[in-house]
Design a protein around this ligand. Sequence first.
Ligand code: ADE
Ligand code: ZN
Length: 343
Amino acid sequence: MSEFERAELRAFIQALPKAELHVHLVGSAGIDTVLALAKRRPEAGVPTDREELARFFTFRDFSHFLTVYWAVGSMVRDRHDVHTLVTGLAKDLAGQNARYAEVTVTPYNHLLDGLPGDELLEGLATGRAAAAAEHGVELAWCFDIPGEKGVEAGRETLLFALRERPDGLVSFGLGGPEVGVGRAQFEPFFTAAREAGLHSVPHAGETSGPATIWSALHDLGAERIGHGTSCAADPRLLAHLAEHRIPVEVCPTSNLRTRQVESLASHPVRRMLDHGVTVTLNTDDPPMFGATLNGEYLGVAETLGLRPAEIAQLARNAVQAAFLPAQRKSDLLAEIDALVTTG
Ligand code: ADE
Ligand code: ZN
């Protein structure tokens, strides 16, 4: 691809109105924000120097990544910290021409780290209002269970979600490690969350095999799958996801940086698309991985040699898979269509 073609591709991707469906609040903290927090909270052991932080954000494997992620999360202690994270994310999203994002928040971990629940909720509310007013980005929340903390975390996350039910809360999730953390143990909490009208969006198949994805579907009523990379190893699962139009929130750079895949070229996203799975592209924990939403689109488009209409389809998938009202979806889809026909 020539430099000119690449610039055109970048401009096309930038112009696409996008929805980000898989991004964690803690993992969205910009580098400057992390450095500022680290200076205020030295006990967390997060570097205060930019180069050292870059080394700190170089992950040996998935469990090393989680250790680092938890250290960053432990520095978030009051409503101002939360507001700073939310508005920083909104600014970054606006820069990517992302109009809407579903942001995963892990209340149980924040509470354990000494961030009071009302401070968390206040920071989310003021940050969300500022995101809309100052950056034109609509945010929705997913409250997720930190799987490594077991059923107690499941119960507490459910109670917090249903008791507080903040504006913008649309879904219920499950994150953290998968190996040794069976999805099925969380079934009662997902059932109750779904009965209360929250959508089910667990991580599954990021660091374990297709059986975890089947369990997320059967036991947790998953409506979308977080990561889902290992579905590529199971033809029956690929067919099931495609047939039932269950979107997969693919996060290619995340999988590279946590060393779940060796290269973008060998990423299962190709196989998912070939089997007709509804793929959405997402960043997961963008500054920690050096990822941007446009970068994910560009990387996949270049690696798979996608045409503009195929790239636009990925953006359409995210809008269609979003927990947004029908009118808002059709407005965004119309904007995407207009770009493809004029582009
Ligand atoms: N929490 C933050 N990022 C995560 C990921 N990629 N997988 C599971 N839990 C996470
Ligand atoms: Zn994630």
